[in-house]
Structures are given as structure tokens and as C-alpha cells.
Design a protein. Structure first.
Length: 312
């Protein structure tokens, strides 16, 4: 399946792209709300159970085959590193960080993935433009972290948790590239969820193990349902759909847009404070991501234009 923009895009592509932006923008706030009155381990466990049941139902109705070969099992296991490590630590970090900050730090995943790919996949090292982008993004991260540490004594816990979550999420994505298998995105999603859900259940038993249902609030329950249906299932399917029908560079715009929306939603709907340091840090991070994604392409385009003018 080509990742190039086709002459006539399928009608659902714009809606799918918008869906991914909206879902990824609202997911951090959903995590914060879902764990307000429900223990983080139970909140994420319920989310995974909902997604697993719905995904299995879709496989049954559409008769999509879910393979259980050694390669497929390896894929599910590697995928669960990002799901369990990334999500579980994100839920724990939600008790210390604002949703906008979580989204901004998770936006660094393309850069971290590229650094890991150099080590694990032997991809080419960064050129000057991408090195500059990396420096800008991490300067922004430093500004955000320093402002958070100065505001709250417990913020460092949330920062360490979310940074580890981003690392595990990025590592999982890179390791998936080492596995060669032809599998439907929905099947791979359900397989990964089937591997991950027991681990979330184990985490709940270790860190909580209680069911104080009478203390669960309506906002938390609706957030869990939303994340189970949209955040864990529909969002993933929509992401793979646009990846198959748009250029990778176009899809990467999602990581530039979502932190801005997430911070705005957090401020509007959850009363989160947007400080000057957070704004400055966000500008550095998003500019670094933009430079990383489009800097070299833009420079190459400028060089080609100059060559044409000279030859003309």
C-alpha cells in the first residue's frame, strides 16, 4: 500500500486525519480525568478491556484473520512494550503533570524513535539540520522541565514517568520495524491488546487490588469509556488508514498539532495553568519537531531552485 498522496484521495481520509488529531489531542486530558477517582491501574485496565472486547467483535464480524505464528506472537509482544510501558507510566504521571505537558513531552517521540533507529536499525545519522532540530526540541524540554520542577516538589516524579513512557513507546515502535509480517492493522491491534491486558491486570493487583466502585465518579467512567472506544481502538485504526493514504510527512503533522490543542483543552476544560515558561518551551519543542520533519526537505527544495536559476 502506497504512502504517497494519490491523485484522488478516498473520501474518508480528511475525516480520519481530523479524527486522529482530535483523539490524540483529547487523550491526555482523558487520562487525567479517568484517574481522578479511579486508581490509574484500574482506569487503564478497564480501557484496555473495552478496546479488546470491541476489537475482537470487529474481527469476528469482518472475519479478519488474526495470525498466531511465531512472528505474529513476537509482534504482539513487542507492541505490548509500548502499550503497557507507555500507557501505564502515562497514567501514573497524570497525578503529577497537566495533560498539556504530557502531550508536549510525548510529541518528542519521533525524535527519540529516530535516535533509537540509528542504534537498532542502522539508519543514517542526523545531518546538521536534524541535529539542530534535536537541540531545539531538547532545549524546549529542559525549559518545560525546569518550570515544572520549580512549581511543585513532586513534579519530577511525573516528568521521569512520562519520559520513560515516551522512551518505551518509541522503543516499541522501532522494534516493530524489525519484524517482517503482513498483517491487518486491526488484527495487530487486537493481538497486542490480548498480550497487554493481562499485564495491566497484574499491575492493578500489585499497585491497588481494590474495587471501591462507590467512590468512582461519573466523569472518570465516561473518560474510561471514551479512551477505550476512541483512544485505544478507533484512533489507532484511523492512524493506520491515513498512513496508508497520505505521505508520512503529512501524517507527521499530527505530532505538531496535538500538543497545541491538548494544552488549550487542558486550560479551557480542566483549569490548567499555561505559564510563560511552558509556552516558550512548547515553541522550542514544536519548532524543533517541525525543523526535523521538514527542514532538510525545504533546504533541498531551495537548493534545487537556485540550481535551476543558475542553469537558466
Amino acid at each position: 500500500m502506497t504512502m504517497q498522496v494519490q491523485a484522488t484521495l478516498p473520501r474518508l481520509v480528511p475525516a480520519a486525519f481530523l479524527s486522529v488529531v482530535l483523539i490524540w489531542s483529547t487523550t491526555p486530558l482523558g487520562i487525567v480525568w479517568s484517574s481522578e477517582s479511579v486508581h490509574p491501574t484500574m482506569a487503564v485496565l478497564l480501557r484496555m478491556v473495552i478496546a479488546l472486547l470491541l476489537g475482537s467483535l470487529i474481527l469476528l464480524i469482518t472475519r479478519i484473520r488474526m495470525p498466531w505464528s511465531r512472528t505474529a506472537i513476537k509482534l504482539y509482544g513487542v507492541s505490548s512494550i509500548g502499550i503497557v510501558g507507555g500507557m501505564l507510566l502515562s497514567y501514573f504521571s497524570a497525578r503529577y503533570l497537566a495533560s498539556g505537558t504530557m502531550s508536549l513531552i510525548f510529541g518528542l517521540s519521533p525524535l527519540i524513535s529516530s535516535l533509537l533507529a540509528q542504534r537498532l536499525l542502522g539508519e543514517a545519522k542526523f545531518g546538521p539540520m536534524k541535529l539542530l532540530a534535536l537541540v531545539m526540541a531538547f532545549i524546549g524540554l529542559g525549559i518545560v522541565c525546569s518550570s515544572k520542577l520549580s512549581l511543585g516538589s513532586d513534579s519530577w516524579i511525573g516528568l521521569m514517568l512520562i519520559l520513560t513512557a515516551v522512551f518505551l513507546f518509541s522503543l516499541s515502535g522501532v522494534l516493530i520495524k524489525t519484524i517482517k509480517i503482513n498483517i491487518h492493522p486491526i488484527a495487530s491491534t487486537v493481538g497486542a491488546l490480548a498480550f497487554s491486558t493481562p499485564m495491566f491486570a497484574l499491575a492493578w493487583l500489585i499497585f491497588d487490588g481494590t474495587l471501591p466502585i462507590d467512590t468512582w465518579q461519573e466523569r472518570s467512567l465516561w473518560s474510561i469509556l471514551y479512551l477505550g472506544v476512541f483512544g485505544s481502538l478507533i484512533g489507532f485504526i484511523a492512524y493506520f488508514y491515513i498512513l496508508q493514504n497520505l505521505k508520512a510527512s503529512t501524517v507527521s503533522l499530527v505530532t505538531l498539532i496535538t500538543p497545541v490543542f491538548a494544552m488549550t483543552l487542558g486550560a479551557r476544560l480542566n483549569g490548567e495553568t499555561i505559564t510563560d515558561a511552558l509556552v516558550i518551551g512548547a515553541i522550542f519543542v514544536i519548532s524543533g519537531l517541525g525543523l526535523y520533519q521538514f527542514g532538510e526537505t525545504t533546504m533541498d527544495s531551495i537548493k534545487r531552485r537556485r540550481m535551476k536559476k543558475k542553469s537558466g
